[in-house]
Design a protein around this ligand. Structure first.
Ligand code: 9MR
Length: 346
């Protein structure tokens, strides 16, 4: 189906299925708190699972394609770009007044073989990356409000990671990527996005040092994304997250919680689901306490479409809705906090 036609179908299904009391959805409460509430989207499931599409449209006002804009998906052969899935998501978002976050321009995973096996010189790699960024960002100029320009470039020790791009182009690849993205869409909000550096510690300090250096060099970076893939036993303290957001804000940077999920051992017990709700609520409160924190996104909407069970066997139930789209304790907790925040600082 063509993206426009797809969008029309979604608009129709939404109009006929919104429950009573829909004004109390996450997206409406978030808007009143001057925040966006988002999710990663499995674009294939948009087609095959109408209940999933309805859930997205009802609860979220910000979407990130989970995989549709990754290098190997969008440029499977050199110079041949495939925007089928990304276009469908952008059309869906426009039909439902959602913002789109583009994900991700420079990352060292999900790279196509033609690139990783290609033995390119540094100049050739620069040209390939420049062309890739220019093509994607130009195509969605004015339609994709923010981009994850670069992701996961810092190691656990806080030092820059050795990646395909740093080896191939040299350490300046990050600054170049931000400059090229800015040239292609000067209005887009440009973000650095990483995991495991949300609170206190070496990695968080390393990310801070990296983005502070970019700011000093007048590289066009606007925001830092804190991914927040956590478990009950391994999550940062919400107070440390708030402090980290504040020091990033002092550099002139906005922040977002970009990929939150809280994995639980399966089957998830009631006690674990309650603790999960507390964790989600604490991170949302950290964001609400810092005016520069502009959005909270989960890495998926329902447990039916989540990366966790495939990557961490025996774990799952990480999101706000269960596999049947039913709201979990974490959803009600988040909603309660948003409701009380609506007259807040944002
Ligand atoms: O959820 C994504 C999964 O479907 C992909 O197979 C995987 C590939 O590595 O990437 C997952 O998303 C990642 C995101 O793009 C960047 N941050 C970490 C996310 C979870 O691995």
């Amino acid at each position: 189906m063509r993206p426009r036609a797809l969008a029309a179908v979604f608009a129709l299904t939404l109009a006929t299925t919104l429950p009573a009391g829909a004004a109390d959805t996450l997206r409406d409460l978030a808007r009143k708190a001057d925040l966006h509430f988002g999710t990663a989207v499995d674009v294939e499931a948009l087609d095959s699972d109408p209940a999933y599409a309805r859930l997205l449209a009802r609860e979220f006002n910000l979407v990130t394609p989970e995989n549709a804009l990754k290098f190997s998906v969008v440029q499977p052969e050199r110079g041949r770009f495939d925007f089928t899935r990304a276009d469908a998501l952008v059309a869906f978002a426009e039909a439902h007044a959602m913002r789109v976050n583009g994900h991700v321009l420079v990352w060292d995973q999900q790279l196509p073989d033609w690139l990783t096996q290609g033995h390119f010189s540094p100049d050739e790699l620069r040209a390939i990356l420049h062309e890739h960024i220019r093509t994607l960002v130009t195509r969605y100029r004015g339609r994709v409000a923010s981009w994850d320009v670069a992701a996961e470039a810092v190691g656990e020790d806080g030092k820059p990671r050795d990646t395909f791009w740093s080896r191939g182009i040299g350490p300046d690849y990050l600054a170049l990527a931000f400059r090229w993205a800015h040239e292609a869409d000067p209005q887009a909000r440009l973000r650095y996005n990483d995991y495991g550096g949300e609170g206190a510690g070496a990695k968080s300090d390393g990310i801070y040092t990296l983005v502070a250096d970019l700011r000093t060099r007048r590289v066009p970076i606007d925001a830092v994304g804190l991914q927040m893939h956590v478990s009950l036993s391994d999550a940062p303290r919400a107070g440390d997250v708030r402090i980290n957001m504040k020091r990033l804000a002092a550099l002139g940077l906005q922040t977002d919680i970009t990929e939150m999920d809280v994995m639980l051992p399966l089957p998830a017990s009631r006690a674990a689901l309650r603790k999960q709700a507390v964790l989600y609520g604490g991170m949302l409160q950290a964001c609400l306490a810092v005016p520069q924190c502009r959005s909270v996104s989960t890495w998926g909407a329902s447990d039916r479409h989540s990366w966790i069970p495939a990557f961490f066997p025996g774990q799952g139930a990480a999101l706000l809705f269960d596999a049947d789209g039913r709201a979990k304790p974490a959803y009600f907790g988040v909603r309660r906090i948003l409701r009380s925040a609506k007259a807040g600082k944002h």
